[in-house]
Structure formats: structure tokens, C-alpha cells
Design a protein around this ligand. Structure first.
Ligand SMILES: Cc1cc2nc3c(=O)[nH]c(=O)nc-3n(C[C@H](O)[C@H](O)[C@H](O)COP(=O)(O)O)c2cc1C
Length: 225
């Protein structure tokens, strides 16, 4: 779905286009969706939306899709529909100027719906340089908005146990060369789980800071593109 900011819903070269990806299964109560919403509202340009939870991608159906066609062995023939879907997802990513990703922490990791998207777009020889120097997504900004029930920052008991952001940074940033910025909202379970109730104030501060940072970054990025 393409939504316009202001009165126009048409794609145009003069305004920057953002791809918004959501993956939370929590619907309206989702903190990561709230944050991608804040980011999108502050984006001065057009927005393409893909809801990976409401319209999940099939798990990668064939390992051959991890390789550009020229890097496949002769017997590797992924189905035409899967190839078309992959081409569409990669084209969507190439066409936009920036990406915002809602990335809730699920079991210390990323939702499988988001992992499926990463598996489709991380392609050796297409989006990742392998036998050439091409890195078509190099420098494209990606903002990852990660919500988690506990807290994982420096000095906290669970420091080092966040396995949500590291794979996203590795895949999109290190491997695909995109310019990744991560913002987090911590302790989102403080209102739900009684033992965490004393941390409710800290949770509110974390969310307020994430709102402000998301708004500021969206304005800055869309103004600079
Ligand atoms: C399936 C599932 C697994 C979760 N696993 C963790 C976890 O490992 N660590 C954690 O801190 N919070 C965990 N949570 C809490 C979520 O990270 C938290 O509710 C967060 O706000 C989810 O993002 P959302 O609000 O956008 O849905 C989990 C929640 C769900 C639904």
C-alpha cells in the first residue's frame, strides 16, 4: 500500500519515499507499531507500507533463492512464483529512499515474519556483493525501532541478551551496506507484569525518548534526502 503525506498519493521523484515494515502480532497495543507510526507521521514524503504480520510472507521455500541466478547450480530451479515474490520484495527495497522497521523482541530474537522478509532480500550476488563489487543498497538509511518487555542496555542484568538487533544490523548493515540506526523502547511489559510495576516510570521515560528520537530522525532524514 502506498500512502501519501499531504494531498498527493502519487509517487514522485521530488519527495523521498519511505518503506514502513511492521512485524508485531500485538495489533493496536503494539509499541513498535506506535513508533513506526510516529516515524511515518514525521516523514516528509511518501510512505509504502508492508505489514509482515497481517500479510505474512511464506517462509523461504527454496534455498536456491539465497543466490543470484548466475550463482545457482544447474539443478537449482526455485518455483516461478517464489522468484517473482523475491524480485518484487527486492525491487520494493531498491525503489525507496529509506526504510523504517518495527522490530519487537520475540524470545530474545526477531519475529519469524520479519526473518522471512530478511531471508528474501538478503541475496548473494544481488543485494550482497559476492563475485562483483556491486552493493546496490549501500548507504540507504534504515531505522529499526525495537520494543522489548525487559531492558537490555549497558549495566542491566540482561545486557548482551538482545538477539533482535544484532542480526538486523549484521544483515542489512554489515552485509548489505545499508546505514542502520536502531532506537529502542525498553520495559514495555512493566504495566502488564506485576513484578515489573516498580519500573513503570522508567518504561514511560524510555518510550517518550524513543518517540522523540523517532520523530527527530524522520524529520532529519526526510529533509536531507
Ligand atoms: C512471543 C513473544 C515473545 C517475547 N519474548 C520476549 C523476550 O524474549 N524478551 C523480552 O524482553 N520481551 C519479550 N516479549 C515482550 C515483547 O518484547 C514486548 O511486549 C514488546 O513490546 C513487543 O513489541 P510490540 O509491543 O510492538 O508488540 C515477548 C512477547 C511475545 C509476544
Amino acid at each position: 500500500m502506498i500512502t501519501g503525506r499531504g494531498s498527493s498519493t502519487k509517487r514522485s521523484r521530488s519527495v523521498p519515499t519511505l518503506l514502513r515494515l511492521d512485524s508485531s502480532a500485538a495489533g493496536r497495543k503494539s509499541v513498535s507499531r506506535e513508533l513506526t507510526g510516529v516515524f511515518t507521521e514525521a516523514w516528509r514524503g511518501e510512505v509504502v507500507e508492508r505489514d509482515l504480520h497481517a500479510s505474512p510472507l511464506p517462509h523461504l521455500p527454496d534455498a536456491a533463492l539465497h543466490y543470484a541466478p548466475r550463482l545457482r547450480t544447474g539443478d537449482e530451479k526455485p518455483g516461478a512464483a517464489a522468484e517473482r515474490l523475491q524480485e518484487q520484495l527486492v525491487a520494493e527495497l531498491l525503489a525507496v529512499d529509506a526504510v523504517v522497521i518495527g522490530a519487537p523482541m520475540y524470545n530474545w530474537s526477531i519475529p519469524s515474519t520479519l526473518k522471512a522478509w530478511l531471508d528474501y532480500v538478503h541475496v548473494l550476488g544481488t543485494t550482497v556483493p559476492f563475485d562483483t563489487q556491486d552493493q546496490p543498497l549501500a548507504g540507504k538509511p534504515v531505522v529499526v525501532l525495537s520494543s522489548r518487555g525487559l531492558e537490555y542496555g549497558p549495566g542491566t542484568p540482561d545486557e548482551g541478551k538482545d538477539h533482535t538487533l544484532p542480526p538486523i544490523v549484521q544483515i542489512l548493515g554489515v552485509s548489505m551496506g545499508m546505514d542502520v540506526t536502531a532506537l529502542v523502547a525498553d520495559l514495555t511489559l512493566a504495566e502488564r507484569l506485576p513484578p515489573l510495576a516498580p519500573l513503570a516510570g522508567k518504561a514511560r521515560d524510555s518510550l517518550a525518548a524513543a518517540h522523540e528520537q523517532a520523530r527527530e530522525l524522520a524529520g532529519k532524514l526526510s529533509g536531507a534526502l
